[in-house]
Every structure is written in C-alpha cells, then in structure tokens.
Design a protein around this ligand. Structure first.
Ligand SMILES: [Zn+2]
Length: 127
C-alpha cells in the first residue's frame, strides 16, 4: 500500500507520517490490538536500547517512555536485514561505498515495543 506524504520531503525521500498516524488511530479506536502495533522484534529492541537516538517525543501508544529513532541502511553487500547506523562516521563509510543505498528511520518505544517507519531517503554519495 502506498500512502505517503511526499509534500515536504527532499528529492527521493519518503515521509510515512500519514501511515504512522493511521496505525496510532487504529490502535486507539480498537481496530488494531496492542500486539499488532507493538511488535518490535528482539533485534530491533536491542538496537533501540543500544544505539537509538533520543527524540524527546512520548510514545503515542503507552505514553510511558520517549521513543527513540534507529537508522537502518540497505544496499549492496550489507546484511539482508540492513545495517543499523550508530554514528556519523558509520554513515559516511556507507556514503563512500559504490552502489545505491537507502536509509530507513524507524521509531521504537523501549517500553511497549511500538515501532513504525518514519521516513526513507537515498544515501547520497560523498563528493
Ligand atoms: Zn510505548
């Protein structure tokens, strides 16, 4: 299903804000269960704890914790599940590689396992 907001996005990037809001609304209206929206796998939870970036935004589902953001990069010669990018240096290393890479930013709640894709964007090579 493609239903994304590209109005404010940089070229090639996609914002998943509308899909995220719909997921939150589905939970709040009872259309989706907690288990359906809070289904972060253990590896995502571990990455969120160890290398998630603080956001200062409360979790929209449980309201108990602030969500963190994790960035995953997919592309040639990277793990099939993507590589979790922790530092700017990690990101620059990918930028220096040959090939097309895409970064996905995911919001994760360390308390209730809520997770949702926020945006994706191409990794621009360093010139
Ligand atoms: Zn939560």
């Amino acid at each position: 299903m493609v239903d994304v907001d590209t109005s404010l996005a940089a070229p090639g990037s996609v914002n998943y804000r509308l899909a995220r809001e719909r997921a939150v609304m589905a939970y709040k209206s009872g259309e989706a269960t907690l288990a359906e929206v809070c289904d972060a796998q253990s590896e995502l939870m571990r990455n969120a704890r160890e290398c998630g970036r603080a956001t200062g935004r409360r979790c929209p589902i449980c309201g108990e914790s602030d969500v963190v953001e994790c960035t995953y990069v997919f592309g040639p010669r990277l793990p099939a599940a993507g590589r979790c990018i922790v530092t700017d240096a990690d990101y620059r290393r990918i930028q220096r590689r040959k090939g097309q890479f895409t970064a996905y930013e995911v919001e994760v709640c360390p308390s209730c396992r809520w997770n949702h894709l926020l945006r994706s964007r191409p990794v621009l090579p360093l010139s």
